[in-house]
Write a protein that binds this ligand. Structure first.
Ligand code: FPP
Length: 224
């Protein structure tokens, strides 16, 4: 059976779900947050050590201001209300991406990271204002600046995911088959599961099914 440490998820389909059920894209984001909570619990149950969630991409700034503001207000109230509970559950929160939000949100994100930094049950990497290409450009620039040799080891140490094993599984919900500038380096050998369901409809049973399927895949890594 394949060992499993790290699951990455592109949580797609909130907008469509919200429009379909409540005539509001934002309602879909709210429902998506409940799925996030369920999948965190399920990851702990499955003894997964790292869960990386794509919450906001560098491209998502192109969305209407109203939707962007709603997403950040949702995140802000979630962290204000739940960070103590998350901390008590042994969850370590790490933001991957550039924190250039409001002063208040930046502060809340940093304090949430600091508060949970010594927890070891599971690490949640929240990809916020994250883009893989800019992450890679920054890594290459650091290698060059420090006059180091360009090799895997030196590039990896400047990625936002340094010290985190690559995801064995990528899940994308929402019936779309693309990577959307997410962890392009780190997903080189991941098993990819594209799910038709929209993110708010994704549940623990779907998650368990994927994990079970993954555990029985023959992973070759280029060998035969
Ligand atoms: C993609 O669905 C989802 C997002 C851009 C945001 C993800 C956010 C959540 C799951 C909400 C909870 C999390 C936080 C951190 C507040 P989409 O809007 O692109 O859906 P669509 O493809 O149907 O338009």
């Amino acid at each position: 059976m394949n060992p499993l440490k790290h699951v990455a998820i592109i949580m797609d389909g909130n907008g469509r779900w919200g429009l379909k059920h409540k005539n509001s894209r934002n309602a879909g984001h709210k429902a998506g947050l409940s799925t996030v909570e369920k999948i965190i619990k399920s990851s702990i149950k499955n003894k997964i050590k790292f869960l990386t969630l794509f919450a906001f991409s560098t491209e998502n700034w192109k969305r209407p201001k109203k939707e962007i503001n709603y997403l950040f207000s949702l995140l802000q109230s979630f962290l204000s209300d739940k960070i103590t509970e998350l901390n008590n559950q042994g969850i370590k929160l790490k933001i991957i991406g550039k924190k250039n939000f409001s002063k208040k949100l930046n502060k809340l994100l940093s304090s949430s990271e600091n508060k949970t930094s010594s927890n070891t049950k599971i690490q949640i990497n929240l990809a916020l204002n994250y883009g893989s290409k800019i992450e890679l450009i920054n890594a290459f620039e650091n290698v060059q600046k420090n006059k180091e040799k360009i090799n895997e080891k030196n590039i990896v140490k400047y990625l936002l995911t340094k010290n985190i094993p690559d995801p064995e599984i990528l899940i994308r919900t929402g019936n779309t088959k693309r990577l959307s500038n997410f962890l392009l380096w780190q997903l080189a050998y991941s098993e990819i599961f594209f799910v038709k369901k929209l993110w708010p409809d994704f549940n623990e049973k779907d998650f368990d099914y994927i994990i079970k399927k993954f555990k029985n895949i023959k992973r070759n890594f280029g060998k035969i």
